[in-house]
Design a protein around this ligand. Structure first.
Ligand SMILES: Cc1ncc(COP(=O)(O)O)c(C=O)c1O
Length: 469
């Protein structure tokens, strides 16, 4: 069973009527990705408190959150500094749009420009990862038309299995049939290539003899489509929701060269991998990506408030400069984009992340965690263990032929881990028949003892499931 919370976390427990919250939610809330008929028998947790890596539910159980909510709470829960910054800003100026300036948005843009890789120094603020991607796609299309006026560069290339968001443009870039098929037809002009997924190479090749054909494939697509029609390639450095797929080191330098050869922009979607998640401040550094644009969300505020951004280089931004009336400016506005309170939260979050050098802890404790997870291969149902920093995936299979484990098996592993007091994530409703990866993305302040606790919980839960098959 899960453990009881300690001292300070107990404060508000008494006041929550769990059954009432479940009942009114069952009547009025629409939860994401959930078949609501299951709520006749299943009881979702009512999460009431968070501190560090831990959550407390309304019945007093404590959980180590090894998924940071949704890959998001990089600095951990309950940091007073962020709450204070938000409170101060809310009292001073609760809102004004970026048609004029506000102090937190300006300071946060400056801060981001100083830590982002390469010369990504121009920041457009929005409110979610999907909007950040949407923004990057639109910048790419407008850039293409203004930079190459005789051409019509509008096509976007992404990879199967990748996830880029729920809005129609970002969803069109997404390479997951299950997330898309009920909403089709989507936006025209989106093409997909195979992912760098060595465990199940979609091209049936073996690394390194493959010579990274999956990157070459993107070059082939550009050639066949005609480079004059292609605006950008968008890629997560590590595919997250599509199964924590880590590319070989040669992949991104090769992809960069292909993009350069064809005048195509490269967008790194670092919504999950940014802000220390993979052991460097941005995964673009570790994978040698040198993006023209980067999309940021989640760790930008550690989800204390909704905040996201798209950052570009001067080379991209300059194409939007010109005389007034020439209509070269970027044609997009978001009411909440650059919200001063969200930006104040982002600044306080980055202060903590940078002061505590949490990416270094992510690298150190991440490789310790990964070593621990490797031990899970003692169970034949653990087909692959992969990751970088504090981002990891465990691919669960049924047999030596790598037949993917079904939904029920993955669901039971998660349930059993939760019984052990550890919340882990999973691929959900992504790739038909292949939603078989358990995902880990704990807060970056994770200690080695806590990594041990995650491994122990998975040893028990996976072990129990393996023995029952
Ligand atoms: C790589 C990536 N891009 C974009 C998004 C969309 O972010 P949001 O859910 O904040 O709209 C996600 C969400 O998980 C993501 O993982």
């Amino acid at each position: 069973m899960t453990s009881k919370p300690s001292g300070t976390l107990l404060a508000s427990l008494q006041s929550v009527d769990t059954e009432r919250i479940r009942e009114i939610s069952r009547k009025h809330l629409w939860q994401p990705l959930l078949q609501h008929s299951l709520l006749e028998t299943q009881k979702p947790l009512v999460i009431t408190e968070g501190k560090g890596c831990y959550l407390i539910d309304s019945e007093g159980h404590e959980y180590l959150d090894a998924f940071s909510g949704l890959w998001a709470v990089n600095i951990g829960y309950g940091r007073q500094e962020v709450a204070d910054a938000v409170y101060r800003q809310m009292n001073q100026l609760n809102y004004y749009p970026l048609s004029q300036l506000n102090v937190p948005a300006a300071l946060l843009a400056e801060k981001l420009a100083s830590i982002l890789p390469g010369d990504l120094e121009r920041i457009f603020f929005v409110n979610s990862g999907s909007e950040a991607v949407e923004t990057a796609l639109k910048i790419a299309r407008q850039y293409g038309r203004q930079k190459y006026p005789g051409e019509n560069r509008y096509k976007i290339i992404s990879r199967y299995r990748s996830y880029h968001g729920f809005t129609m443009g970002a969803l069109s870039a997404t390479g997951q049939k299950m997330r898309k098929r009920k909403f089709e037809p989507l936006v025209p002009g989106f093409l997909h290539a195979h992912p760098p997924y060595c465990y199940r190479c979609p091209l049936n090749l073996k690394y390194p003899a493959c010579n990274i054909q999956c990157a070459e494939e993107i070059g082939n697509i550009i050639q066949h489509e005609g480079k004059e029609s292609v605006a950008a390639v968008i890629a997560e450095p590590i595919i997250g929701g599509g199964g924590v797929i880590v590319p070989p080191p040669e992949y991104f330098p090769k992809l960069r060269k292909i993009c350069d050869d064809h005048g195509v922009l490269l967008i790194a979607d670092e919504v999950i991998t940014g802000f220390g998640r993979t052991g460097t401040l941005f995964a673009s550094e570790a994978f040698n990506i040198r993006p023209d644009m980067i999309t940021l969300a989640k760790g930008i505020s550690s989800a204390y408030l909704p905040l996201a951004a798209c950052a570009t280089t001067p080379e991209v931004f300059d194409v939007f400069l010109g005389s007034p009336g020439a209509e070269l400016e970027f044609g997009q506005v978001s009411t909440f984009g650059g919200h001063p309170v969200a930006c104040a939260a982002g600044l306080a979050n980055l202060d903590i992340l940078l002061r505590e050098r949490l990416w270094e802890n992510s690298a150190e404790v991440g490789s310790y965690l990964l070593k621990g997870l490797e031990q899970l291969k003692e169970f034949p149902i653990v087909g692959d263990v992969r990751g970088k920093g504090l981002l990891a995936g465990i691919e669960i299979v049924k047999d030596e032929n790598k037949t993917p484990a079904d939904d029920k098996i993955i669901g039971t592993i998660l349930k059993e881990a939760r019984e052990e007091g550890v919340i882990v994530g999973r691929m959900a409703m992504a790739v038909t028949d292949y939603n078989n990866v358990v995902a880990l993305s704990p807060p970056l302040s994770l200690k080695k003892e806590e990594a041990d606790r995650i491994v122990n919980a998975l040893q028990k839960s996976i072990g129990k499931v393996a023995r029952s098959l």
